[in-house]
Design a binder for this molecule. Structure first.
Ligand SMILES: Nc1ncnc2c1ncn2[C@@H]1O[C@H](COP(=O)(O)OP(=O)(O)OP(=O)(O)O)[C@@H](O)[C@H]1O
Length: 280
């Protein structure tokens, strides 16, 4: 069962386009959305939320086209705060709470206190991190079954970032809940993601489960003298220094059996995978 299904979605902008993008967000799991700067993550999220219309393709959320009823079931965290800057949190609450049937005041005050957000300070006086926390506070207070976040950890200090990751994990004890979020901090995803959607230039690179990623991608380190052109071709990407080479490998590891201790093989992190696949 999928919370989101994007099929062959395309959109042309001035000097950029999303090209026949297809992926799913499986229900009950955390899916991380990665890609380099300007690859189309925010644009894709905007289309998913129906803030922007796609030129072509199909986007289904909860098995239907997006409408106000579906939006009620979603907690949406932008990379910027789209709220009235002259308002305080308390005033914002009086506007936003009535919009949601499932608004939970207990949850609101619980997160307000947990995030340490002042209720009487105007939003324009909030720091970047405080704005992100505020956006999270409003997104979580109506107990959404689907949480979509655009770079939620950007601007957060390491302590709160860790706390947010723990909070997301805690939220996932509800097996009906689904989380989809974009981030450049791939170490966060190494810890909590179940699936990864990787895009580049508005197109899909891959969608895989973390399990599949851990089984498929390896970093092989070795000596430069062992790196002949035939071996080089077997890698998805290679980095060479005077000390030796390291490369991203997705093939059968038995190929290196004869190398014995001349090579070191490790599981690749998401950062390794992005680095080598984008460098290629
Ligand atoms: N309103 C807009 N009108 C025209 N082009 C836009 C608009 N917003 C974004 N773009 C372009 O779309 C491309 C993708 O931008 P987008 O913000 O979706 O990427 P991203 O993957 O979220 O990037 P980042 O990781 O840097 O936040 C960029 O080339 C950007 O200039």
């Amino acid at each position: 069962m999928n919370t989101v299904e994007m099929k062959q979605v395309s959109k042309k902008m001035d000097d950029f386009s999303i090209n026949k993008l297809s992926f799913t967000v499986p229900k009950g799991y955390i899916t991380g959305f990665i890609g380099p700067n300007g690859s189309g993550k925010t644009s894709t999220i905007r289309m998913m939320m129906d803030v922007w219309k796609a030129d072509q393709g199909e986007i289904k959320v909860f098995g239907q086209d997006m409408d106000t009823k579906a939006k009620q079931r979603i907690g949406f965290v932008y990379d910027d705060l789209y709220m009235y800057e002259n308002f305080t949190i308390d005033k914002m609450r009086s506007f936003i709470a009535p919009l949601y049937d499932t608004w939970d005041p207990t949850l609101f005050w619980k997160y307000q206190s947990k995030f340490g957000l002042p209720t009487t300070k105007k939003l324009k006086k909030f720091s970047k991190g405080m704005k992100m926390k505020c956006s999270l506070l409003f997104a979580l207070s109506h107990n959404p079954e689907f949480i979509i976040m655009d770079e939620p950890t950007a601007g957060l200090d390491p302590v709160f970032r860790r706390e947010l990751i723990d909070l997301l994990q805690e939220l996932m004890t509800d097996e009906n809940r689904t989380i989809f979020f974009s981030t450049h901090i791939t170490t966060d995803l190494d810890q909590i993601a179940d699936y990864i959607v990787f895009i580049k230039n508005g197109g899909i690179v891959f969608q895989k489960s973390m399990e599949e990623i851990k089984e498929t991608f390896h970093i092989v380190k070795g000596k430069n003298e062992d790196l002949d052109p035939d071996i080089q071709k077997m890698f998805e990407g290679i980095r060479q220094t005077d000390q030796g080479f390291s490369g991203l490998f997705t093939g059968n590891l038995s190929l290196f059996d004869g190398f014995e201790d001349r090579v070191l093989i490790e599981k690749a992190t998401l950062e390794d995978i992005m680095y080598f696949m984008l460098k290629r």
